[in-house]
Design a protein around this ligand. Structure first.
Ligand code: 7TS
Length: 407
């Protein structure tokens, strides 16, 4: 992978921020967008903006082809069997809420168990808390090992015949842990439970094969993988989606509407009430084209190298705490001495470096780490080792600055 060529595809990266060249290290929050995506959106709005699935006019047909063509790209991207299994949503959060509200509330009953982990993003905690509250089920947590990873022995010991749903993130947005979701899915299935995978931090960065994982649901967001905001995906096994009721009702999702009763369209449209996210889906399709041209394996290798280099260089700084295991996805979460992470991010911002600070929508994990907040640098295919050097120099400056203030 030629990172210099890749960077040329991201016009936003070529600018100064606070008088310094922008170093964007916040792709876990949202990624930057390649020209291909920006141009696909521009083309849609300039040339064939129209509603879909409605009529026979030419622009409507072009828009429908664009929207449904994007669904096929997503199907192939995650290796689903059929486009019927690909539901467009607003993002990961909406996708998980759809599973929880529809499948969860109708299948889980009192005394059942839902199993998740303490490292989950709030989007994969609260929907299950709500299901547990409404149904009287118990929400159980897999324990974490000292480095934040999950042991399969613990999975074997936690999932029981009472477990109905297991929901786990494939890659942690804080620790960078890569969880063995395929193995966890096999254990869940042995007990008759279904497996939900939060793929928000994995789908943008590595090859996904939902049939190989054998998960029942897989959720991800377009905006973290070069696509626009407002578009995401829920993959679900057809047999399960068929037995689920929609949670949003109105236009687009119906077959027949009577005065008292109505019927729904077939999959996947029964879950896509209202005018769909047409431009978003087309933009996501373009993002998938772009990522596949670069190659998901090449992207994963590049980010792995960056993360290893970042840990190595950042560990040279005295007072640095890095969270998470040695083998990690492309992000590094850290604290320096007792400098508040918001102060770290503010000093870095003055240097043109964008990092995230806070609880990263993972308050239970912050509690487990015994911190209130952390800073996080997260990488994508357009980042370079030179940028990590700039980050390290920025961190040294931060330390000097706060050292002076405290002295
Ligand atoms: N799951 C994980 C693992 C995430 O990292 C995020 C967003 C979500 C779910 C929610 O995705 P959304 O597109 O529906 O909002 N994570 C982050 C983050 O780490 N910093 O900002 C957003």
């Amino acid at each position: 992978m030629d990172v210099i060529e890749v960077r040329k595809q991201f016009p936003i990266l070529d600018q100064n921020v606070n008088g310094k060249p922008l170093v964007y290290l916040d792709s876990a929050a949202t990624s930057q967008k390649p020209l291909k995506v920006i141009e696909a959106l521009d083309d849609y709005y300039r040339r064939y903006n129209s509603n879909v699935h409605r009529g026979v006019h030419t622009l409507g047909t072009l828009a429908t082809d664009g929207y449904e063509g994007a669904r096929e790209k997503v199907r192939s991207f995650v290796n689903a069997k059929s486009t019927e299994e690909i539901i467009f949503t607003r993002g990961t959060t909406t996708a998980i809420n759809l599973v929880a509200s529809s499948y969860g509330r109708s299948t889980v009953t009192e005394g059942d168990e839902i199993v998740i982990t303490p490292m989950e993003h709030h989007s994969n905690i609260i929907p299950w808390q709500q299901v547990a509250k409404v149904t009287g089920a118990t929400l159980k947590y897999l324990p974490l090992q000292a480095d934040g990873s999950i042991s399969l022995d613990d999975v074997e010991n936690t999932i029981t015949d009472k477990t109905k749903i297991v929901a786990v993130m494939q890659v942690s947005n804080v620790l960078g842990v890569i969880n063995p979701v395929k193995e966890i899915a096999a254990i869940a299935h042995k007990h008759g439970a279904i497996m939900v995978v939060d793929g928000a931090q994995s789908a943008p960065h590595m090859k996904i094969d939902v049939q190989d994982i054998d998960c029942d649901f897989f959720a991800f967001s377009g905006h973290k993988m070069g696509g626009p905001t407002g578009i995401g995906v829920l993959y679900g096994k057809k047999a399960l989606l068929n037995q689920m009721e929609p949670i949003e009702f109105g236009g687009e999702m119906i077959d027949f509407v009577g005065l008292q009763e109505s019927t729904w369209k077939e999959l996947p449209w029964k879950f896509e009430g209202g005018t769909p996210i047409i431009a978003g889906a087309i933009g996501l399709g373009a993002a998938i084209d772009f990522l596949e041209e670069v190659g998901l394996d090449a992207i994963a290798n590049h980010e792995h190298d960056l993360a290893q280099y970042a840990v190595e260089r950042m560990s040279e700084i005295e007072g640095m705490t890095i969270y998470g295991p040695k083998e990690r996805a492309g992000l590094v979460t850290f604290n320096i001495d007792d400098v508040h992470p918001h102060d770290v991010a503010t000093v870095l911002d003055a240097e043109g470096i964008a990092v995230r600070a806070g609880h990263h929508c993972a308050q239970p994990l912050m509690k487990w780490l015994e911190v209130s907040a952390t800073a996080r640098a997260s990488f994508y295919l357009y980042n370079t080792k030179d940028e990590i050097d700039v980050l390290v120099n920025g961190l040294i400056k931060t330390k000097e600055y706060f050292g002076d203030v405290f002295r």
